[in-house]
Design a protein around this ligand. Structure first.
Ligand SMILES: *Cc1c(COP(=O)(O)O)cnc(C)c1O
Length: 400
């Protein structure tokens, strides 16, 4: 998935323009900035690219989730539904708003299971966050339809799926807000950074204001110090250097996706030789950003056996069921309610535990991920890498 593989001259040139002006701040400094507004241009370019009406840059994908949830009015007493296979950031943002995360199963897409979502919607549900894990879509149209019937907004965590589309439409544009991450391992990177996109002007305004201490950003004679503030906010501002890098990376995104699609097809064909293998359900392959290839064996024992062959061949596959950052049963700090706050917040309020997380609550998620093996798909797959993985997969195919 990584934009760092194609980091080069274009990024350097963009950054040099910022360094030459000496203006690192995204607002003000009109006299010094030589008409450069890198973060604003990055927002405009990202909105144009995804087809969204508005984009709001922030400091990270985690901040993007937080800012989006705040704009949707999520707070203490609310529940937000997400899936048990995601990066911890998704539910950290929910807890940081004072709300409680509720987890659904995943299905064959390895993303949110709409049937389980339907069961978990309750009177306190204030938002639903499907996550487009590993560059491919959740059943987002179905999820948006279910949410719509209940009048609940959908926030798409698109951190891992920049450049991915479903039926020609960019992921992140199906729900009320879509959020992206540009951290160091994402499809495009600004080192750290994030983006929120929406077609709803009022939601965009709330995100714009909240991410900058409530500043309303309206022209006024007093400049920045004279701006109004409709409500309290925080600081999640992106800086100009990040905006500059983002512009250069965004220009490469479609070619990154195209390269990954080609490389994924090669690895997929090699994996297909394994008897009994099936693939993660990607129901619009043309729109797959192809950051990862995931295949499943009929049971955990067979998956373990294939994993051992690949490991011994020096090309280990990712086992999400052993991963401590992306998989519900391994989030012991969440399950045990560990917090630096002396009073137990956000797991405890008024001396009472707010929600009990049962490590056995998501059996389908466990059953799927225990059978799954994943390779990250490089943008630049060398012949040696390709040969090593394909040879190892061929060896794995011979053990059954
Ligand atoms: C990376 C990631 C995030 C968080 O993004 P950061 O920029 O690292 O804060 C959120 N959700 C998912 C699914 C991610 O993979």
């Amino acid at each position: 998935m990584p934009g760092f593989e194609v980091f080069g001259e274009e990024e350097k040139q963009e950054v040099m323009q910022v360094l030459e002006s000496g203006v690192l701040f995204r607002y003000g400094f009109e006299d010094q900035r030589q008409q450069q507004w890198k973060v604003r241009q990055f927002e405009e370019a990202f909105a144009r690219y995804t087809g969204a009406a508005h984009a709001q840059a922030v400091t990270s994908g985690t901040a993007a989730l937080k800012v989006a949830l705040i704009a949707l009015g999520v707070g203490a007493g609310d529940e937000v539904i997400t899936q048990g296979f995601t990066f911890v950031a998704t539910w950290e943002a929910v807890l940081d708003c004072g709300a409680v995360p509720v987890f659904t199963e995943i299905d064959g897409t390895l993303n949110m299971d709409p049937q389980d979502l339907e069961k978990k919607i309750g009177p306190k549900t204030k938002a639903i966050i499907p996550v487009h894990m590993m560059g491919a879509p959740a059943r987002i149209e179905e999820i948006v339809a279910i949410a719509g019937r209940h009048g609940i907004p959908v926030l798409e965590d698109t951190a891992q799926a920049a450049g991915a589309r479903l039926h020609g439409r960019h992921l992140g544009t199906f729900g009320a807000i879509g959020t992206f991450s540009f951290d160091s391992v994402k499809t495009i990177t600004t080192g750290e950074g994030g983006m929120c996109i929406t077609n709803d002007k009022a939601l965009w305004q709330r995100m714009d204001q909240y991410h900058d201490h409530g500043h309303d950003h309206l022209p006024n004679p007093g400049g920045r110090g004279g701006e109004g503030r409709p409500f309290i906010g925080f600081n999640y501002r992106m800086m100009e250097i990040q905006g500059a890098i983002g512009l250069a990376q965004l220009a490469k995104l479609d070619s990154i996706v195209a390269a990954q699609q080609r490389n994924k097809a090669v690895l997929r064909e090699a994996a297909a030789a394994i008897p009994g293998v099936e693939f993660r359900e990607v129901f619009d392959p043309a729109g797959d950003s192809a950051t990862f290839l995931t295949f499943l064996l009929p049971d955990k024992a067979k998956a373990d056996a294939v994993a051992a062959v690949l490991r011994d061949a020096g090309v280990p596959a990712i086992r999400w069921s052993e991963n401590t950052w992306h998989y519900y049963p391994r989030w012991e700090h969440l399950l045990d309610g560990k917090t630096p706050c002396d009073d137990g917040w956000p797991f405890v309020a008024h001396g009472k535990r707010r929600y009990i997380y049962d490590p056995k609550a998501l059996p389908n998620t466990v059953a799927l991920l225990e059978r799954a093996l994943t390779y990250q798909v490089p943008v630049q797959l060398t012949q040696e890498q390709q040969d090593a993985i394909c040879t190892a997969l061929a060896a794995a195919a011979r053990i059954f």
